[in-house]
Design a protein around this ligand. Structure first.
Ligand code: A2P
Length: 268
């Protein structure tokens, strides 16, 4: 896919929120080996050093990997965001990032969101980061950025899976040319137990994980699935040989909420 600044972003990313230590180094090396070229981390995941090590130890040139990180809630504000960004770069042993995001909006402190965004704009203008964006911003949070700032975010990363489409925000992002990324596209594994999704996946001879990943893509959303298993890494990328029909897309798009994390963007 292409971001609103013309940069390329690989249409499937690899989520890393639950892995740390040696397991993380191994996991990321495997992901690179099976062909993932888009790695999503965050300072709060406390695995940036390991991801940096894995990238260094892999055979894949840095320029071929799209690397995202995020500034956490406790580092928001102009100066502390800059400081957090440079710590992230140091941890990852990199001299630029492909994408840097505000991890969560701050409710009840409009100015803090603005100051944080202005730090991201500075880093972008100085070419320390190739694209900037937000995460967990609903439409009303995005309004603050659009009203006050110079650069429109290139990405908004949201929890997104069947039953949790955040239609108002996603439609707004599409209108503004902001690419939506899906965290927990498999609902942290919970989607895989759903009988309706199993029934639809069976029709295509695909797993529910593959169905959910393809469903994100057909909705124009970049999925960031996580797995610690090499076979499942391959499985989650093996989605190019089928197309979900219009009726099935509509059916999944209209599914009622049945699982979601308890993380609410309106409470932070
Ligand atoms: P595992 O690491 O054992 O593969 P999400 O990306 O929505 O957060 O979901 C991650 C969860 O889904 C993890 O528990 C992961 O477990 C599981 N998972 C990822 N890919 C698959 C797959 N293809 N089949 C079954 N479970 C999967």
């Amino acid at each position: 896919m292409i971001l609103n600044n013309g940069n390329y972003i690989p249409s499937i990313g690899f989520g890393t929120s639950l892995i740390q230590g040696e397991e993380c180094v191994k996991n990321i090396k495997q992901a690179l080996k099976v062909g993932y070229r888009h790695i999503d981390t965050a300072s709060v995941y406390e695995n940036e050093k390991e991801i940096g090590q894995a990238i260094k130890e892999s055979d894949v040139p840095r320029e071929e990997i799209f690397i995202t990180s995020k500034v956490w809630k406790d580092s928001m504000g102009y100066e502390s965001t800059l400081k957090s960004f440079y710590k992230t770069l140091e941890n990852l042993q990199l001299d630029y990032l492909d994408l840097f995001l505000i991890h969560w909006p701050r409710n009840n402190d409009r100015q803090l969101n603005i100051d944080t965004w202005k730090a991201l704009e500075k880093l972008y203008k100085e070419k320390k980061v190739k694209a900037i964006g937000v995460s967990n911003f609903l439409k009303h949070h995005l309004d603050i950025i659009l009203e006050e700032c110079e650069i429109i975010p290139m990405v908004n990363q949201l929890e997104f899976h069947p039953g949790l489409m955040r239609k108002e925000t996603v439609d707004f992002c599409k209108e503004k040319n902001i690419i939506v990324e899906a965290w927990a596209p498999l609902g942290k594994g919970k989607m895989l137990e759903n009988e309706e999704l199993k029934r639809i996946a069976n029709k295509y001879n695909k797993s529910v994980a593959q169905l959910c990943i393809k469903w994100c893509l057909q909705n124009g959303v970049i999925p960031l699935p996580k797995t610690t298993n090499e076979n499942r890494m391959k499985e989650n990328k093996d989605i190019n040989d089928f197309e979900i029909s219009k009726e099935d897309m509509l059916f999944i798009n209209n599914m009622e909420f049945f699982y979601g994390s308890t993380m609410d963007p309106n409470k932070s």
